[in-house]
Design a protein around this ligand. Structure first.
Ligand code: UDP
Ligand code: MG
Length: 334
């Protein structure tokens, strides 16, 4: 993991960070009816404590089927900082965050889960570091006590793998909880890829990035929206969008298989010509056939993953479909 840079660059143009900056907080929501009232209250308290900043809260309803939309609409009606964007169906958290980023008008943009696992109070510390000149302030989990053993083990494996394979270092024990400067957000907005792994994309952008540790509590209410199936897809997306090393590994695997095949052929011919016997039987044959078949299918599968990604990329469909917008100004931010 890249060490956080302790010395911010003070020559950075900080004028927009000075008086009364606008902070956009983006919260993707999928079926969060049980937590939203508390989330809104905590956000309000956090904003009150930060009197020298203005806030907008952008809730992206990612195709919820419960009362999420209703609650958010009501909140927007009573509070002009609250903006709501409702997707026509579930597009996934990473896409929801992207939509929020595209609509955010803030001088700084904060990404936060809606379930209060990313405590709103941490935002004050993030804003302070941003004012010191940092462009990205990401939260790292000081402990993973709230996570299950399986989640901790798989997370460790995932970050070890992705950091071996990817050229961009991706800090472990971080989620999407982070503050980004306008500069970083403007670069992100120019990254149109469909399989989005936001925390990796932000690392890729660069600038001054630093970490702040925070204690990650359990989800306030409701259940996780990341079952194992979705988590595996998310991890695959992360690795495949940040590395073509799996393709190179399949070449290596192919070379090993071809080497073994050559050795086998040489052995069989040697036996036939010099000892006038055949290599015996079914076992050797099956081993060769099954091994080769396995290697071929594995390499084909890896190739297929990348081809599939190219396919969905070239279709150029919009990333998401918006069904409803509440509380946004008429003119979208430039
Ligand atoms: N989320 C979303 N769309 C999805 C899945 C999740 O908008 O398809 C939101 C969810 O409402 C929450 C955040 O993403 O605000 C993180 O999800 P969750 O807390 O369920 O994940 P976990 O913390 O268990 O990894
Ligand atoms: Mg959560």
């Amino acid at each position: 993991m890249a060490m956080p840079d302790p010395k911010p660059r003070m020559s950075h143009p900080t004028d927009r960070r000075g008086a009364n900056p606008l902070i956009s907080v983006i919260l993707p929501c999928l079926d969060e009816e049980d937590v939203l009232a508390e989330t809104l209250a905590r956000l309000d308290r956090m904003a009150l404590a930060q009197a020298d900043c203005r806030f907008e809260f952008i809730f992206v309803d990612d195709g919820s089927r419960d009362r999420t939309a209703e609650i958010l609409r009501q909140a927007a009606a009573g509070d002009d900082r609250v903006r709501v964007m409702r997707f026509a169906r579930n597009f996934g958290q990473q896409i929801a965050v992207t939509a929020g980023i595209e609509m955010a008008a803030g001088d700084a943009v904060v990404l936060m889960d809606a379930d209060l696992q990313d405590p709103p109070e941490v935002v004050a510390r993030m804003v302070a570091l941003w004012r010191d000149g940092f462009d990205v302030v990401y939260g790292t989990r000081s402990s993973r006590r709230a996570d299950s053993l399986v989640k901790r083990a798989t997370a460790r494996m995932f970050y070890a793998t992705i950091n071996r394979l990817s050229e961009v270092p991706i800090p472990s024990d971080t989620g999407d909880f982070r503050l980004m400067s306008r500069q970083v957000v403007n670069v992100l907005r120019q990254m149109p890829e469909r399989h989005r792994f936001i925390r990796g994309m932000v690392s890729w952008v660069g600038f001054r990035q630093t970490a702040i540790p925070y204690e990650r509590p359990e989800r306030f209410a409701g259940v996780t929206k990341y079952p194992l199936r979705k988590m595996v897809r998310f991890a695959t997306d992360g690795i495949l969008s940040f590395s073509i090393r799996p393709l190179q590994l399949s070449i290596a695997l192919g070379m090993i298989a071809a080497g073994l095949a050559l050795a086998g052929i040489a052995y069989a011919l040697f036996m036939r010509i010099f000892t006038n016997t055949w290599v015996e039987g079914w076992t050797a044959l099956m081993m060769a056939v099954l091994f080769m078949g396995g290697v071929q299918l594995l390499c084909l599968g890896i190739l297929g993953e990348y081809v599939g990604r190219i396919y969905s990329e070239v279709k150029r469909r919009p990333l998401y479909v918006i069904a409803e917008k509440v509380g946004f100004d008429e003119t979208p931010p430039g």
